[in-house]
Write a protein that binds this ligand. Structure first.
Ligand code: FE2
Length: 307
């Protein structure tokens, strides 16, 4: 009996099938596992005056919290065991109008420590469905949207607990016996930054001069660096969120070059330079709950005396 002869699939079809299967597996990993694989990154920054003891700064960003994200809330609460000298939250805390109590509960053990914050677009406006591919065409557009979040309640909770609101504002804190000056801006991604109104030469009597923003736009980083600030902290990029192993982030969702998308770098402006730390953050929009090759993170910056 003659058998039915089958032609083997072409190598091109086999490769395409393998690529689709790998993509689907990556997406499943990114949405099911990695997006909740919270990590603590530890970084040493040689930024303090010579002879000073280390200071621990916990950098939180982009929680994008919903009330139902209990695991994330518990993970953030547990960070208090690190006993940071200072906590800095670089915004995008909310992913729901009902999330303010959850954010304040997650932060509650940390609110007992010296802290400061700025706001991001996701502290003002609720998340909306978006085409994720839109990020590849350029930074997302800020728009006037009716879905306002209870920003005032969030700010009142943080300020009421003693944290400094750096939304286009300055502050000075005693941190572990050190004099720390801080200056921050409202979200540059929304065009709300007013750094020029705050700009001033860095206080030479301070032990540490911090600049804080949600989205690390170059105009803000340049101006802060020119003013002589020591360390700049920002979030917003999500570290690229969907990264390519061996290549890294595809986008920063702002005008920051890709190589600065997360982590610690030197930011240079003419003859001036500052340390820049960009957090990849702990969350994502609920409409794009996927991370790949870029796990959610908080960072413990150990500031040590410079050489
Ligand atoms: Fe964000």
């Amino acid at each position: 009996m003659a058998g039915v002869s089958r032609r083997p699939p072409s190598p091109l079809l086999t490769a395409a099938g393998a690529l689709v299967a790998a993509g689907a597996a990556s997406l499943a990993w990114g949405a099911g596992v990695e997006v909740r694989s919270y990590r603590l990154r530890r970084v040493e920054v040689p930024v303090l005056p010579a002879g000073q003891a280390p200071l621990k700064v916990l950098h939180l960003s982009d929680l994008h919290l919903t009330p139902g994200q209990h695991r994330k809330q518990a993970w953030v609460r547990a960070l208090a065991a690190l006993e940071p000298d200072l906590v800095v939250d670089t915004g995008d805390n909310l992913a729901s109008a009902a999330a303010v109590p959850a954010v304040l509960s997650a932060l509650e053990p940390l609110l007992a420590r010296p802290g400061a914050f700025v706001l991001g677009s996701n502290d003002y406006f609720g998340p909306r469905p978006k085409n994720p591919a839109g990020y590849l065409r350029g930074p997302s557009k800020a728009s006037h949207r009716p879905d306002l979040l209870p920003t005032g309640d969030l700010v009142a909770g943080l300020v009421g607990a003693g944290w400094a609101d750096l939304t286009n504002a300055r502050a000075e804190l005693d941190v572990g016996g050190r004099r720390v000056t801080l200056v921050g801006v409202d979200d540059p991604h929304l065009g709300r930054d007013r750094y020029l109104d705050l700009s001033a030469p860095a206080d030479p009597r301070a032990d540490l001069r911090l600049g804080v923003a949600h989205a690390p736009y170059r105009r803000v980083l340049d101006a802060m660096t020119s003013d002589g600030l020591d360390l700049l902290l920002a979030g917003h990029t999500h570290g690229g969120q969907l990264c390519v192993p061996g290549f890294g982030a595809l986008v920063t969702n702002c005008d920051l070059p890709r190589r600065y998308v997360k982590g610690l770098h030197r930011w240079e402006r003419g003859r001036d330079a500052a340390w820049l730390h960009v957090s990849a953050g702990l969350g994502t929009s609920p409409y794009a709950p996927v991370r790949f090759a870029c796990p959610p993170e908080a960072t413990l910056l150990t500031l040590v005396a410079g050489t």
